[in-house]
Design a protein around this ligand. Structure first.
Ligand code: ADP
Ligand code: MG
Length: 396
């Protein structure tokens, strides 16, 4: 990565403003944090700063309060959990800017930690408002971005604030950029990319950008139906994006021209409806009944995709192979997740649903890296420069 990190800047005795992503999942009924991995992901940066005698001011969004104060979306429970993990007090404020916050920030001593209130209680955050960014910046001496998952947004605390303070990357952001960037710049071959999920239109940029770098593209999930349609096949009542058929046809042609093996499902689990009650059946891909929908890849496809994955040195995976939320349609996704976790290869996953699948199966520590950025990782791999990364200081 050609951006400066916390290693490249003197932090002792400084107040360091760190943008983290503490948007953790909570139980809708009790409000209890159900998964604290986003908090843990920021620990390397926080601990590094504290060990070097900085005072740390953390900022995050949480939920979608849409510019208003919502009591259920206050960050106090997150501060409590962070305090338990860090084994030291974490101060909080009930605002993220203003005179009270300034007072709390000024009173911090080296080794102190303060978590500001939810940034999105102010509509100015998502609007990227310059005055709001300036008010945040006035609280510290240095800005650190460790919120990769929000770095594709030009929000005040992500790119706006970097105009007013020396701005560098945290360790999580650095790891994301180096790992995902490594896929694009110098992947070990054979490189296979596995795509699924609902829509082609979400993934066009990444498919185009990754095509010249891979040896093999495997396509399952809902998006496979649009590719099958582009080959003029019958896909029954499957989800097809009519406006993306031409794009899919173009990608098929591009693959052929550049010698990339692009493989589509050869069989599928089909059902009348995509719900748990519908009866399902496995059919060959050219025998999909007119009244049925593709709900998962079939066992033959799992076998063929597995063969390709097994001989790969680099694997990138985004998007489930079927409607994985419903157990009877989760088989293809789970089989390939387990297979990928067992590979002796660089294995990288991106995308919200994909990360959930890996976590739910307890495979997160058996793969090389699970990106914490859903949309951000897709945009980055699609070749876009992320506003939150662009705003950081270049390495000298
Ligand atoms: P990610 O979040 O990993 O990037 P996506 O958001 O692209 O993945 O896609 C996830 C969604 O795709 C899931 O909700 C899943 O139910 C849906 N999906 C997968 N296969 C199908 C299918 N055959 N038909 C309809 N939806 C599907
Ligand atoms: Mg998703």
């Amino acid at each position: 990565m050609n951006k400066m990190t916390v290693r490249d800047i003197e932090v002792a005795g400084k107040r360091v403003l760190v943008r983290v992503d503490f948007n953790v999942p909570v139980d809708v009924k009790t409000g209890a944090i159900t998964d604290d991995s986003r908090i843990r992901a920021s620990l390397p940066t926080i601990k590094y700063l504290l060990e070097r005698k900085a005072s740390v001011i953390l900022m995050s969004h949480f939920g979608r309060p849409k510019g208003k104060v919502v009591d259920d979306m206050r960050l106090a429970p997150v501060a409590k959990r962070l305090s338990q993990i860090l084994e030291r007090p974490v101060k909080t404020t009930d605002e993220c800017i203003g005179p009270e916050v300034e007072k709390s920030a000024k009173a911090l001593k080296p080794g102190d930690v303060l978590l500001l209130e939810n940034l999105r209680f102010h509509a100015e955050e998502e609007a990227g408002d310059a005055d709001f960014a300036k008010a945040l910046a006035s609280l510290g001496d240095i800005y650190v971005n460790d919120a990769f998952g929000t770095s594709h947004r030009a929000h005040a605390s992500i790119s706006g604030i970097a105009k007013y303070l020396p701005a560098v990357a945290g360790f999580l952001l650095e790891k994301e950029i180096n790992t995902l960037g490594g896929l694009i710049e110098k992947p070990a071959h054979p490189f296979t990319s596995l795509f699924g999920g609902a829509k082609v239109s979400d993934k066009v940029a990444i498919l185009k950008n990754i095509m010249p770098r891979v040896n093999c593209l495997l396509i399952g999930g809902g998006m496979a139906a649009t590719f099958l349609k582009a080959q003029s096949r019958e896909v029954g009542t499957s989800l097809v994006e009519n406006e993306s058929i031409e794009t899919a046809a173009g990608l098929l042609k591009e693959a052929e021209k550049s010698g990339v093996r692009l493989l589509l499902p050869v069989d599928a689990v089909v059902a009348d409806e995509l719900n748990g009650e519908s009866k399902s059946a496995v059919v060959a891909i050219d025998a999909i009944p007119r009244t049925k929908k593709i709900a998962d890849i079939g066992p033959k496809t799992v076998e063929i995709f597995s063969r390709e994955l097994k001989r790969s040195k680099t694997v990138f995976w985004n998007g489930p192979m079927g409607v994985h939320e419903i157990p009877q349609f989760a088989g293809g996704t789970q089989a390939l997740a387990k297979l990928i976790a067992g590979l002796n290869a660089t294995t990288v996953m991106g995308g919200g649903s994909t990360a959930e699948v890996i976590d739910a199966l307890g495979l997160a520590d058996k793969v090389t890296f699970v990106s914490t950025g859903g949309g951000a990782s897709l945009e980055f791999l699609g070749g876009d420069e992320l506003p939150g990364v662009a705003a950081l200081r270049d390495k000298k």
